[in-house]
Design a binder for this molecule. Sequence first.
Ligand code: TXA
Ligand code: MG
Length: 346
Amino acid sequence: MKTMISSIDINNIDMKEIKKQAKLLSEGNTVIFPTETVYGLGANALDENAVKKIYEAKGRPSDNPLIVHIYEKKEVYDLANDVSENAEIVMGKFWPGPITIILNKKDIVPNTTSGGLDTVAIRMPSHKIAREIIKQAGVPIAAPSANISGRPSPTKANHVKEEMEGRVGGIVLGGDSNFGLESTVLDLTGKIPMILRPGSITKEDLEEILGKVDLDPSLAKKEDNKKAKAPGMKYTHYSPDADVFIVSGESVNVINKVNELTELNHKNGLNTGVMCLEKNKCKYMAKVISLGETLEEVASNLFDALREMDKLNIDIIYCEEFETTGLGQAIMNRLLKSAGYKIIKA
Ligand code: TXA
Ligand code: MG
């Protein structure tokens, strides 16, 4: 498939290019575009045939529902029934932005979009390019992360160009994502709001405005993962070609353990990589990629680091462990999936 590629500067948006790409969407084609979380692979959410092209391009299982992206809040009432008080509070506080809400769907949303569920996931992104594209397309846009199913989500223009050119109708290259992790997914169909996928808007942030908020308990352990309430959380995800391990313990012990394992791997002819905080990067003997100094930086660098390790032909990646409060919750969720829940205690 010939892919139409547009490079767009977020600070000086070329509306001619936006309109060309939006036209592809309104004609039932797929277009990849940047959002503030990760790049999305979009198609008209109300057109079953268009949505099928998303599943094909990603190689995604058809029971894994898609997030519907809207331009303005009033579209929610066309897509969902029972828009609750809690939904109003979340939309009022965090939209446009990196949170997706799950509500009961109206019939207008095809089963192909909702993965056969009676509910629909909706998000209003804040990224200027994403917003222009959705507005010009004139329809709600279903958009999963724009990676081949199972791979780390794309956060930079080169990720989508390398992985998806030829698989979609259009690609809008628009710089780096701001947050680097996918949106928080919040189920508002039950009595107590439940986070099905942690993200940059944290449990703590949500509890401030909603009171008690649960986190889907099946996310914590590998054995429970098949019970995850967001179908997408059941599958292998964020996997580079290399084998990933999280190393947990006191910092000095982690460093010693990783260096010990690196030496052993070296003897066995295996290339070793380490992903760590900036302050520790000189302490490891393996090929190191620094994830930054703060949790915000770690979130924004994580998926790129996993992809870079593949480019360096690394066989085994050791990653430092992070706290599981605040943004650390989302980071550890992605890391655990990426590592297939393999943790080495140092
Ligand atoms: O930040 C994001 O959310 C990005 C950008 C492109 O907006 N999109 C994204 O979509 O991450 P995707 O498809 O990669 O992840 C959507 C997650 C999946 O785990 C899916 O199973 C879950 O949301 N989901 C979607 N609709 C759902 C529903 N009705 N009920 C439960 N989970 C749902
Ligand atoms: Mg995804």
